[in-house]
Design a protein around this ligand. Structure first.
Ligand code: FAD
Ligand code: NAI
Length: 468
């Protein structure tokens, strides 16, 4: 078959790129090695993790805050089988949605491993070993990433597991060690801590979610300890893990160099993800992946060193996020169609779906200091928000960072209720290069959590917050 575009991989990068290609009149095919579309995000990432986060949040609230609301429940218990079944159903609905969208947009799909024969020829190898050959004027590589393993700590997928296995546990573990205080470790750690598991996080750096504004990690650690009893071993270097029967023993060196060991039912290894290019045959077309992270090098148009071969999403540089992959899918489709699209990489929001949620866009205080940019900061705590008091979600704050001279908003960092949704307001404002005063003078509905953003913006402009 002859195509204008063949996309390898159907995650958020690949499927969005394919749909946009089809919308632009390009004859498009997608090659996906798994039985369902949607990649990591829909099958074993964003969607199932959020389904379990929602279920576990309901349980935790029912167990710990309902009585304060005047709601008394009897014999509350977790039905893990049902919780996982609902999560699987949510995943199935979402992946079926992609099948529908491919049909609607007349996109051909091929199940099998896609590999390069040459830059315009893709071989599809199916599970039964049969093959099919596709011709393509352009190829988009969207093969995503896989969990990074520590060389000295083999993952057995039974007791020493990755996020993928942690999404399908059949029981609520009594205890769990999470290696890595990043996004996966804290989200999945929260799921199980809410269900009653004793969760210990071992993190190499002095701060959790270390790439975000330092204030956020500090507050999140405080709240997770207070509300979920999560334990944090900061600045600890993991040295190994062994399994005996149903017990995992994780060893680590403390910041002082002493060795400690932690026993648990399970150990989740969440120390980052590595670009996935196995079996693609990149050597056939002369593409060499980067030594560190195995990423495919691309230019500013997301084109590889081979003309007509593009790469997007987790497999290339930048944040490993679904919305970044989606925007790159659209970008490449429009580039192939001859348009001149643009992505503002400075304004890709980052979100951690713990409770309280954490969300961030733009420069952190640490980055502003490092760059020597003069800035003003305004903060507003949720404990001063009427809406937050009503819902008993008073932990956290919103911080607005603005240029000291021009008042342009340079960064917004928030931890609090529904921060994941609220960050969009900051992204839009910054995309339009709003000043803190612009946000402060925009009418916000009352009572809402978003008033905290207005108040933080007021605080950033001459310390004018009203409610604190
Ligand atoms: P992927 O989604 O990884 O898709 C790649 C696809 O390519 C896969 O389906 C794979 O089977 C296929 N493939 C690979 N090689 C071949 C081949 N040779 N032939 C055919 N097919 C191939 N991001 C967020 O923004 N928000 C979140 O809340 C979030 N939560 C996450 C939770 C977890 C537990 C994990 C693990 C990740 C999460 N992420 C989240 C990250 C997000 O899933 C990724 O950034 C996103 O999926 C990347 O999209 P992609 O299209 O680049 O690749
Ligand atoms: P991460 O990069 O977010 O966090 C990894 C953490 O592990 C870091 O804090 C790091 O310092 C620590 N670490 C590394 N080696 C260690 C060691 N030997 N011992 C102890 N700690 C160690 O990676 P994570 O959590 O695995 O997530 C992978 C990717 O998936 C991220 O890039 C993220 O963007 C994406 N993701 C996004 C989500 C979201 O948007 N809400 C949710 C889940 C994943």
């Amino acid at each position: 078959m002859q195509y204008d575009v063949v996309v390898i991989g159907s995650g958020p990068g690949g499927y969005v790129g394919a749909i946009r290609c089809a919308q632009l009149g390009l004859k498009t095919a997608v090659v996906e090695k798994y039985k369902t579309f949607g990649g990591t995000c829909l099958n074993v990432g964003c969607i199932p993790s959020k389904a379990l986060l929602d279920s576990s949040e309901h349980y935790h609230n029912a167990a710990h805050t309902f009585t304060t609301h005047g709601i008394n429940l009897k014999d509350l218990k977790v039905d893990m089988k049902q919780m996982i079944a609902r999560k699987d159903d949510v995943v199935a609905q979402n992946t079926a949605g992609i099948t529908y969208l491919f049909k609607k947009n007349k996109i051909d799909s091929y199940e099998g491993v896609g590999s390069f024969v040459d830059k315009n020829t893709i071989l599809v190898t199916k599970t039964d070993g049969t093959t099919e050959t596709l011709s393509a004027k352009n190829v988009i590589i969207a093969t995503g990433s896989k969990p990074t393993a520590l060389p000295f700590l083999p993952i057995d997928k039974k007791r020493i597991i990755t996020s993928t296995e942690a999404l399908t546990l059949k029981e609520v573990p009594k205890s769990m060690v999470v290696i890595g205080g990043g996004v996966i470790g804290l989200e999945l750690g929260s799921v199980y801590a809410r269900l009653g598991t004793k969760v210990s996080v071992v993190e190499f750096l002095p701060s959790i979610i270390g790439t975000m504004d330092a204030g956020l990690g500090k507050e999140l650690q405080r709240v997770l300890k207070k509300t979920l009893g999560m334990e944090f071993y900061m600045g600890h270097k993991v040295t190994g893990a062994t399994t005996k029967g149903k017990t995992v023993t994780v060893t680590a060196d403390t910041p002082k160099g002493e060795s400690i060991s932690l026993e648990a039912d399970y150990c989740i290894v969440a120390v980052g993800r590595t670009a996935y290019t196995e079996g693609l045959g990149l050597d056939k077309i002369g593409i060499t992946v980067e030594e560190r992270g195995k990423k495919i090098p691309v230019n500013e148009h997301l084109e590889t060193s081979v003309k007509g071969v593009y790469a997007i999403g987790d497999v290339i540089k930048g944040a490993m996020l679904a919305h970044k992959a989606e925007d790159e899918g659209t970008y490449v489709a429009e580039t192939i169609a001859g348009q001149k699209p643009h992505i503002n990489y400075n304004l890709i929001p980052g979100v951690v779906y713990t409770w309280p949620e954490v969300a961030s866009v733009g420069l952190t205080e640490e980055q502003l200091k490092e760059k020597g940019i003069k800035y003003k900061a305004g903060s507003f705590p949720f404990k001063a928000s009427g809406r937050a008091k009503a819902s008993m979600d008073t932990d956290g704050f919103i911080k607005v960072l603005a240029d000291a001279d021009t008042d342009e908003v340079l960064g917004v960092h928030m931890i609090g209720p529904r921060a994941a949704d609220m960050i969009a307001e900051a992204v839009i404002a910054m995309e339009f290069r709003a000043s803190a005063e612009d946000i402060a003078r925009t009418c916000h509905a009352h009572p809402t959590y978003t008033e905290a953003l207005k108040e933080a913006a007021l605080a950033a402009t001459d310390n004018r917050a009203i409610h604190i």
